[in-house]
Ligand binder design. Sequence first.
Ligand SMILES: [Zn+2]
Length: 439
Amino acid sequence: MQRLILTGVLLVCFSAQAQISIEAARLHQSPEHTRFVLDLSGPPDYEMFVLHDPERLVVDIHRARLSGAVDLDALRVDQTRIRKIRYGERGGTLRIVMDLERKSRPRSFVLKPVGPHGDRLVVDLHPMEALVAPIKAIVATSARHLRDVVVAIDAGHGGEDPGASGIEGIVEKQVVFLMARELAALFEGTAGYRAVLLRDGDYYVKLRRRIELAKKARADLFVSIHADAFRSPLAKGASVYALSEKGATSETALWLAEKENRSDLIGGVEDVSLVDKDDLLVEVLLDLSMTHTMRQSLDMGRRVIGQLDGKVRLHSRKVELANFMVLKSPDIPSILIETGYLSNPEEARRLATRQYQRQMARGIHRGIMSFMEASPPPGTLLAWRTNNDGRSIRYVIVRGDTLSGIASRFRVSQRTLQQFNGLATDMIRTGQVLLIPPT
Ligand SMILES: [Zn+2]
C-alpha cells in the first residue's frame, strides 16, 4: 500500500515537471528510409503504434504541445514514405498521425542532448522488403571486360548532423556535399573512373555504414570530405588525414578526430557506442594488409596535397595522422580531407563559393588520379592503359556495348576503331572480338 502511494506521488511530480514543447520538426529521406525528427524541450514520454487499412503510424506524445514556431503542415512529404501528416492535441497529449504511402517498418528512439543539439525524438520508416543497396552504377560495369576504378566519395555529416557551422548560416554538411558532387562529376567525366557518392542527399549515414557502402560498391579508394571548426578562429587551410591507430600527430588532429567520431551521436544512430568493438576489424588490423593499406593511404594523401599546394591554402603540407572512424577500411586506401575551417569567417565565406569548391575538387581529383596511375588496380582499364606497352588489346563485345562507347572508353576515334578492325559500319555484336589500337 505504501508503495502504491509512493508511486502516485512520484507520478505527480514527474508530470508536473515534464510538460515539454516541440520546437521544430524535420524530414530526411535517404535511399534506405524516411526519418522524421522532432526537436524537444525535454525528454519525451511517448507511444507509437501502427494501424492498417489504410496504413497509418500514430505517435502519441504525452504532456506535450507544439510550439507556435512549428508548422507540421509545411513539411514536404513528397519523395518520402509518408503521404500526409495530421495532428491534434487532446488532454495534454499530442497525437501525430502519419498516413503512409505503403506498409513500413517503423522504429523510434530518443537522442539525448549533444553539444548544441537538444533532446530529439526520431521516427524511422523502413521498407518491409529487404534493404536494397543504393548503389546501382556498379552492376552495370562489373560485367565489363575491363572495369572502372571505383572512387567512393564520402560527404561528411548530413541530416540530423550538420557538422561544423560558420558565419552567415554556412554549414559543413552542405559545403562538403557540394564539393563531393563536384568531385564525383569530375570522375564521371574521366574515362576509366566511376564515382559513388556514399551520401547522396541531406540525410545521415552512420560512420560504420559508410565503410560498408564503400566495400559493397567495390571501391578502390575512399575519400571523406569535411570542413571543420577549431577552438581558435585563426586556424585556416586544408589538411589531409590518414588513419593512425596509435594516436594523432597534432593537437588539431586529435581534436578533429574526436569531434568527427561523435557524429553518430549527433546524426542519430540507435545504440551507438563510441567504443570500437569490431573483433574482426581488430584481427585484420594486425594483418599486414592493413599496413599495406595504410602505406597506400599515405601515398594517396601526399599526392593530393601535392596537387592542392599552390592552388588552395594548406594548413599542413604533411599528411596528418589521426584515429578517424571512417578511415578504418582494412583493404581500401582511405583519406579524409578537411577542406578548411568554418570557424574562420574569411575561410567560411570562401568555402561556400562554387569557385573554391571546384578548385578543391579539381586538386583532389588530380591527386587521386596520380595515385591510381602509379598503382592501378588489376583488371581495370586504367591498369591496361598504364601497363600496355604499345600493343593492341583484344576486347570482347558484351551486351549493351556500342562502337562509339568503346571508342570513347579507350580514347580512340570511332573511325580509327572501324578502320583498324575493317568494319564497314558501326554494327557490332555480343561476343565479337575487337582489336583496340595502341594510343
Ligand atoms: Zn566534419
